[in-house]
Design a protein around this ligand. Structure first.
Ligand code: PAF
Length: 286
């Protein structure tokens, strides 16, 4: 496995594979790899001849009061995981490589960021879209894999490749959960023993919503309100949003559609947690 820090070397590595008609699957990450990332990497290995992973904690997607400096980092452990999975290369650029002095070109979508996480983290998706565009240009993969846990990010990247004419197939990989249902996240490591059961309320409120829909409830507001009540049963939780929305446009819906997205974000103390699930209208013919 090659560990490549330089942009020109990364581009040459990909060009060389492409010249030999070999395909490349790409998993961009901010490191501190967990089983969610491992699922993306395994899927990438299945899809293409070679897997490239990037590890870059992207300063442009953190707000001034967010956890950029304390975001967990464990590069040696991450490289070992990539090696075990059989990555061909890991790209580890530095901040000054990606954002050299004088950098001023950002990628921003007009509509999709105006929902869900974009409302409370206005700089976040501009930072994500910018770094992903740059990484796509540098790595030039055939496939790129993203977790469905960051549903809005995945929707934004699907739109970005269409709008900017990238010839890259975007593959969404289902959420990986702990045995009790908590969605895996690099930030779970911050949860104290006391907070850990409270974090599970995200999954519980989504399960409750699924049950309401299964039992015939179609009023999105009632389902959102019930979910908020479940979350607020923990006094340490501040709800950022509970939203039932269209899974493509992310526009809020008033009634449950055949397929609606339920997305939830909370603060548990200083830790931000998100989760989501598609809600399906029960099939009346079954
Ligand atoms: O999902 C992430 O880890 C990041 O947002 C990404 C896609 C690697 C861009 O920095």
């Amino acid at each position: 496995m090659k560990v490549i820090a330089s942009i020109s070397e990364m581009t040459r590595f990909s060009e060389n594979l492409r010249r030999q008609d070999q395909t490349i699957a790409f998993v961009p990450t901010m490191g501190y790899l967990h089983e969610g990332h491992v699922a993306l990497m395994r899927e990438g290995k299945k899809k293409a001849d070679h897997l490239v992973v990037s590890i870059f904690v992207n300063p442009a997607q953190f707000g001034p009061s967010e956890d950029f400096s304390t975001y967990p980092r464990a590069v040696e452990q991450d490289l070992e995981k990539c090696r075990t999975i059989g990555a061909a290369a890991v790209f580890t650029p530095g901040s000054a490589d990606i954002y050299p002095p004088g950098f001023q070109t950002y990628v921003a979508l007009e509509k999709l960021p105006l929902h869900l996480c974009g409302l409370s983290r206005p700089q976040f998706f501009r930072g994500v879209a910018t770094v992903v565009t740059k990484l796509f240009n540098i790595v030039n993969p055939h496939f790129a894999l993203f977790g469905e846990k960051d549903y809005q990010q995945l929707a934004i990247i699907r739109q970005l490749v269409i709008d900017l004419n990238f010839d890259i197939e975007i593959i969404g990989v289902p959420i990986v959960r702990e045995p009790d249902g908590l969605a895996k996240s690099s930030r779970n490591k911050y949860l104290t023993q006391k907070q850990r059961p409270h974090a599970l309320l995200l999954h519980h409120c989504i399960q409750a919503a699924e049950k309401m829909v299964k039992d015939g409830e179609t009023d999105a507001r009632k389902i959102e309100d019930a979910a908020i009540q479940i979350l607020l049963s923990c006094p340490d939780i501040t709800v950022d949003y509970v939203s039932i929305c269209d899974p493509v446009t992310l526009d809020g819906v008033t009634g449950i559609q055949e397929k609606s997205l339920m997305a939830v974000a909370v603060w548990l103390g200083k830790i931000r947690l998100i989760d989501n699930q598609i809600l399906f209208l029960p099939n009346k013919n079954v």
